[in-house]
Design a protein around this ligand. Structure first.
Ligand SMILES: Cc1cc2nc3c(=O)[nH]c(=O)nc-3n(C[C@H](O)[C@H](O)[C@H](O)COP(=O)(O)O)c2cc1C
Length: 208
């Protein structure tokens, strides 16, 4: 069974972001895709210190939720990251989590489908959306889209329940993501996976 991991960057397990992610989960269930919703936002997740130890150990030196989620991400076919907007950006906890999850894991993320979802009261949504999508596009992960920006508006769950277009956008996003996951599975059987070159790593160590 295909599976999608959904990360809730909000500290509120029943807040606005969770409401959006739960709307997606309803569709994934209809589509026969397994899900796991993981609440990240209230956890004590520190930032990456660029120690590089993960390249030897294969996991982050800080043994917290990041290392728990890593094997689940490796086994999954898709990843949804949801974040409330804090000062026009993703909230700090989910940023620390995503930096460390993506940097500390060496498994291929190629062709796992990614989607970002944001929740704000008024503004800063598209800037937040842009930041989150970059984790996917630097990792060979095709990004699922919907019928509008993947966003809901509100300060409370009740507000988001009134954001009918936002919830519709979540359902369409989950349908598109489900289709992509199934289509990629079929295409991998039919065509194999595209070649990935990794020989070059240009970091200009000589300063040129
Ligand atoms: C520290 C902080 C900063 C915030 N900054 C913004 C902001 O820049 N723009 C906005 O529209 N809402 C902002 N909000 C409101 C939340 O983004 C919004 O209520 C969101 O939907 C809450 O989602 P949640 O219930 O999943 O936590 C901020 C909230 C907090 C706590």
């Amino acid at each position: 069974m295909s599976k999608v991991i959904l990360l809730n960057g909000s500290p509120h397990p029943h807040g606005c972001t969770a409401t959006a992610l739960e709307e997606m989960i309803g569709v994934f269930e209809e589509e026969g895709i397994g899900t796991e919703l993981i609440h990240v936002g209230a956890k004590d997740i520190r930032g990456c210190i660029s120690c590089g130890k993960c390249s030897e150990a294969g996991k982050c030196v800080f043994d917290d939720l990041v290392n728990e989620v890593a094997p689940k991400f490796e086994a999954a076919d898709g990843l949804v990251v949801g974040s409330p907007v804090y000062y026009g950006s993703p909230n700090g906890t989910i940023l620390s989590f995503m930096d460390r999850l993506f940097y500390s894991t060496s498994f291929s993320k190629h062709l796992k489908v990614g989607a970002a979802v944001v929740s704000c009261r008024r503004g800063g949504n598209t800037a937040t959306f842009d930041v989150l999508n970059k984790y996917f596009t630097i990792s060979g992960m095709p990004v699922a889209s919907s019928t509008y920006w993947n966003q809901v508006h509100g300060f409370s769950r009740e507000d988001v329940e009134k954001d009918l277009e936002g919830l519709q956008t979540m359902r369409n996003l989950a349908r598109n993501m489900s289709f992509m996951i199934k289509a990629f599975a079929d295409a991998k059987e039919k065509y194999g996976e595209p070649e990935v070159e990794r020989g070059s790593f240009t970091s200009f160590p000589d300063g040129k």
